[in-house]
Design a protein around this ligand. Structure first.
Ligand code: GDP
Length: 296
């Protein structure tokens, strides 16, 4: 069975309501039920789901609406706004301080776009005047350092890594210390996304975080992840203090409904999105545009 994406299910429920001849309490309830199901199946946390239903119901009092008011539009707007607030975890993004040695660690499973996002993030900030640099602490994947090196060179961002050292924690610590001594104010650490065993991956990540004491930890997630988003994000959040989320590959077909789950699991805001393979295909996250696309 092919599972329909969260965005399509929500927009489907909205469309069904819009297409029905009479917009009454029954149609509204039916629509909210479907949206709730879709959100719960995507593992969005239950509290947020219940809140959405409650808020929309409280906001849309159909019998109180003046004649001539477009009920469909009122309902659509209420759902839209509620989805926007679901993407707001209620915690502010970590602020980086200019002139201080901010260390930002990137975590996420292999293939989600972590290395690409590290370089994009460095490039984005470099253009805004930050003294950015990259540390490759992925010793597990052969070619990881070469990939980072190649992309960093293209972006003209200084990098640190090793072909001989096998301890990623040591590389991260050495790289961070070196760049700190050289006065960099944005030191980005790329970590491994795969290991012999998942436990080893998380243990390594924990040790690294302890050693480099990051200002922020960014969880990188592919927009196509779908149902697995919540568990994956939670697994990372359980081990390290994730402070931000980056959603990648939004140039593809995926609507990125998993983002709602990632926010709910990590209780962290989405800060950037990846919209292509190129270094400049990276933008600050804009909630309304994202929800518009999710429902589009
Ligand atoms: P990592 O294993 O998590 O470090 O993932 P990589 O950074 O190596 O990315 C895996 C693949 O996804 C590569 O082929 C990247 O070019 C591609 N990729 C990363 N971000 C994006 C994006 O925003 N859009 C597209 N289309 N591809 C991306």
């Amino acid at each position: 069975m092919v599972l329909e994406g969260l965005g399509s299910r929500i927009s489907g429920a909205l469309r069904k309501m819009t297409d029905s001849t009479v917009i009454d309490e029954t149609a509204l309830k039916e629509m909210l039920k479907e949206i709730n199901h879709a959100l719960l199946e995507a593992d969005v946390n239950i509290k947020s789901v219940v809140q959405l239903r409650k808020n929309v119901t409280e906001r849309v009092k159909l019998e109180e609406l003046a004649a001539g008011v477009n009920k469909r539009k009122v309902i659509q707007k209420a759902v839209f706004d509620e989805l926007c607030s679901m993407l707001d975890p209620g915690t502010a993004p970590v602020t980086l301080k200019r002139g201080k040695p901010n260390v930002v660690m990137f975590v996420g499973l292999q293939g989600n776009g972590k290395t690409t996002s590290c370089v994009k993030y460095a490039y984005y900030h470099q253009r805004k005047g930050w003294k950015a640099c990259l540390v490759c602490a992925d010793t597990f994947r052969a070619g990881a350092f070469d990939q980072l090196k190649q992309n960093a060179t293209k972006a003209k961002v200084p990098f640190f890594g090793s072909y001989t050292e096998t301890d990623p924690v040591k590389i991260a610590t050495d790289g961070v210390n070196r760049f700190k001594n050289e006065g960099y104010d944005l030191i980005i650490v790329d970590t491994s996304g795969r290991h012999k065993q998942e436990e080893a991956l998380f243990a390594e990540m924990e040790q690294m975080a302890e050693s480099v004491n990051p200002t922020d930890i960014i969880f990188v997630m592919d927009s196509a992840i779908g149902q697995a988003a919540y568990d994956q994000a939670l697994a990372f959040r359980a081990k390290v203090k994730v402070g931000s989320v980056i959603i990648t590959k939004l140039d593809g077909h995926a609507k990125g409904g998993g983002a709602l789950s990632a926010v709910s699991a990590t209780k962290s805001p989405i800060t950037f999105i990846g919209t292509g393979e190129h270094i400049d295909e990276f933008e600050p996250f804009k909630t309304q545009a994202f929800v518009g696309r999710l429902l589009g």
